[in-house]
Design a protein around this ligand. Structure first.
Ligand SMILES: CCCCCCCCCCCCC/C=C/[C@@H](O)[C@H](COP(=O)(O)O)NC(=O)CCCCCCCCCCCCCCC
Ligand SMILES: Nc1ncnc2c1ncn2[C@@H]1O[C@H](COP(=O)(O)OP(=O)(O)O)[C@@H](O)[C@H]1O
Ligand SMILES: [Ca+2]
Length: 443
C-alpha cells in the first residue's frame, strides 16, 4: 500500500537435501546474471539531517537488507557540510563502485549530485560556467534513503519517504533518469537545482528557517506562517523559452508515472536542448510584474506536506521545468492558493497564478544590475521594507532564491534544464491497483 515495499520470505519445500542445494545454486546463479543490481555501493550519511536519525535509520533498517542481498558497502558519516561533495569531487575512487547512496534530505542529495556531476565534467573537460555546454552524464546511479526534513526528491521519485522501500529499489537495481536545472549568474555557474528553485515566498521561508534549524523539520512550518503573515511581493522580469505546446502541459493532469520518462520516450525532446546559446531569444516570452512567488519545479515536488506537490503534472525526465508565477494578490487569496497544495483542488486555477512548461528561463529583479546577497546582508531579506501589512511600495526590495533548500548568492539568474543528467535507483511512482483498475474501466 501507498507505494511502500516490504521484504517477504518465500519457503521452498524440497524432497531431499541435494534438490534443495540445486535450487539454491540455480537461484543464486540467476541473481548474479541480473547486471542491473549493484554489488558495491559508496554510502554517505548526514548525521544531522532532519530529526538527526540518519545513522540510526541506515544501521537499523538499511544495512541489514544490503547484507542479506550480498551488497557490499563503504560507509562515510559526514563530519561537516560539503564533506560528501568534496570527497566525491577529488578523493573517491569511483571505479570501485556500482552506485552511490545518500542518507539524508534534499540538501544532502544535492551535495552528492554536485560532487558527482562536477567530477564527471572535470574528467570530461566540460566547462560548467558555459551555460550552453552539453554536460557529460555520470555513470553511477544514486539511491536516496530519506532522512531529511522535506525528502521531496525521494517522495517524488518513489511515491513515499520510507527507508526500507528505498533500500529495496536500490537492491533490485531500479533506474530512473532525472532532469536537473543548471543555474548561472552571467557566465558563472552557481548551482544545480533538483527540486524547487523558488524566489519570493519559498525563498523567504528558507532564509527564515535557517535561523531555526534547531527546531528540525518544524522550522519550515514556523517560517512558513511568519512569511505568510509578512505577505511580501517582489518586482521583476521573467523571460522563458516554452517547451513545445503539443507535448504536454502543466495543467493536463497527467501525473508522471513509472516508465513514462524512460530515455526512449523522451529522445525527441532532448535533441532540441542542444540549441546554441546565441539563438536563445527566438521564441522567448517575457513577463514583467509583481510576484508573491516565482517557482520552478523540475519535478512534482510532492512531499508529505503536499502529497501532490507544487506542480502535480511535472515530469521527472522530459527536459522541462514547470515555471509557476504567483502574482501579487490578497492574503486570503494567497492562503487559498497555498491550501490547494494540500487537497485535491487545482492550485493553478486562480486569476493571479500562471504556469508554463519551459526549457530555459531568466529572472531579473527590478533595479537589480548590481544586487547580490552581499549587498543585502545587512538587512533581513524576508522583511524587505516594512514589516507586516503596509500600503507602501514593498515591490522595490528583493527576496532571495532557495535552491533545494540552499540560498543562492545572486538574484539575477539564468536557468536551463539538463535533460536526464543523473540516474536514481528508483522507478518512478507506480500506479496503485485501484488506479490501474480505473484506467482499465475507462478504456
Ligand atoms: C495552509 C497550508 C499550506 C501548506 C503549503 C505547503 C506547500 C508545500 C510545498 C513544498 C514544496 C517542497 C519543495 C522541496 C524543497 C526541498 O528541496 C527543500 C529542502 O529540503 P530538505 O530540508 O529536506 O533538504 N525544502 C524546502 O524548501 C521546504 C519548503 C517547505 C515550505 C513549507 C511552507 C509552509 C507554509 C505554511 C503557510 C501557512 C499559512 C498559515 C496561515 C495561518
Ligand atoms: N556532518 C554534517 N554537519 C553539518 N552539516 C552537514 C553535515 N553533513 C551534511 N551537512 C549539510 O546539512 C545540510 C542539510 O542536510 P539535509 O540532509 O538535506 O537535511 P535537512 O533535510 O534537515 O535540511 C546539507 O546542506 C548538507 O550540506
Ligand atoms: Ca522535468
Amino acid at each position: 500500500g501507498k507505494h511502500q515495499w516490504r521484504c517477504s520470505d518465500v519457503v521452498f519445500l524440497c524432497p531431499d537435501q541435494s534438490t534443495c542445494e540445486q535450487w539454491v545454486k540455480a537461484i543464486s546463479n540467476q541473481i548474479t546474471l541480473l547486471t542491473n543490481r549493484p554489488k558495491r555501493l559508496l554510502v554517505y550519511i548526514n548525521p544531522i539531517g532532519g530529526k538527526k536519525q540518519g545513522k540510526w535509520i541506515y544501521d537499523q533498517k538499511v544495512a541489514p537488507l544490503f547484507h542479506k542481498a550480498c551488497v557490499s558497502t563503504d560507509v562515510i558519516v559526514t563530519e561537516r557540510a560539503n564533506h560528501a561533495k568534496e570527497h566525491l569531487q577529488t578523493e573517491a575512487d569511483l571505479d570501485k563502485y556500482d552506485g552511490l547512496v545518500c542518507v539524508g534530505g534534499d540538501g544532502m542529495f544535492s551535495e552528492i549530485v554536485h560532487g558527482l556531476v562536477t567530477r564527471t565534467q572535470n574528467d570530461n573537460k566540460v566547462d560548467l560556467n558555459d551555460p550552453g555546454a552539453e554536460l557529460a552524464r555520470p555513470s553511477l546511479r544514486i539511491g536516496i534513503i530519506p532522512a531529511g526534513s522535506t525528502d521531496c526528491i525521494c517522495f517524488s521519485t518513489v511515491g513515499t519517504n520510507d527507508p526500507v522501500t528505498s533500500a529495496l529499489h536500490i537492491i533490485v537495481g531500479d533506474s530512473q533518469p532525472m532532469d536537473v536545472c543548471s543555474v548561472h549568474h552571467n557566465n558563472s555557474f552557481l548551482r544545480f537545482s533538483l527540486s524547487l528553485l523558488g524566489y519570493g515566498f519559498y525563498g523567504d521561508v528558507l532564509s527564515d528557517s535557517e535561523r531555526k534549524r534547531w527546531l528540525g523539520p518544524a522550522r519550515y512550518d514556523l517560517a512558513g506562517v511568519k512569511t505568510f503573515l509578512n505577505h511580501n511581493y517582489y518586482e521583476g522580469t521573467v523571460s522563458f523559452l516554452p517547451a513545445e505546446d503539443d507535448v504536454s502541459s502543466p495543467r493536463d493532469k497527467l501525473q508522471c508515472r513509472s516508465g513514462m520518462c524512460l530515455p526512449e520516450n523522451t529522445k525527441q525532446l532532448t535533441s532540441t536542448l542542444l540549441m546554441p546559446f546565441s539563438d536563445r531569444r527566438d521564441g522567448w516570452k517575457v513577463i514583467n510584474g509583481k510576484f508573491m512567488a516565482v517557482n520552478a519545479a523540475c519535478m512534482s515536488c510532492a512531499c508529505p506536506r503536499s502529497p501532490k506537490g507544487l506542480s502535480p503534472a511535472a515530469h521527472l525526465a522530459d527536459g522541462t521545468v514547470d515555471l509557476i508565477l504567483v502574482r501579487k494578490c490578497s492574503r486570503i487569496d494567497f492562503f487559498r492558493h497555498l491550501l490547494r497544495h494540500t487537497n485535491k483542488d487545482d492550485q493553478f486555477d486562480h486569476v493571479f497564478v500562471e504556469v508554463h512548461r519551459v526549457k530555459k528561463f531568466d529572472f531579473q529583479p527590478r533595479n537589480s544590475e548590481t544586487v547580490s546577497l552581499e549587498d543585502l546582508s545587512e538587512k533581513s531579506t524576508f522583511t524587505p521594507v516594512c514589516p507586516g501589512p503596509c500600503t507602501c511600495n514593498c515591490g522595490s526590495a528583493h527576496s532571495s532564491w532557495t535552491c533545494d533548500g540552499e540560498i543562492l548568492p545572486h538574484i539575477a539568474i539564468q536557468v536551463s534544464v539538463q535533460c536526464q543528467l543523473v540516474h536514481l535507483f528508483a522507478r518512478g511512482i507506480e500506479e496503485t491497483q485501484e488506479q490501474q483498475q480505473f484506467v482499465f474501466e475507462d478504456l
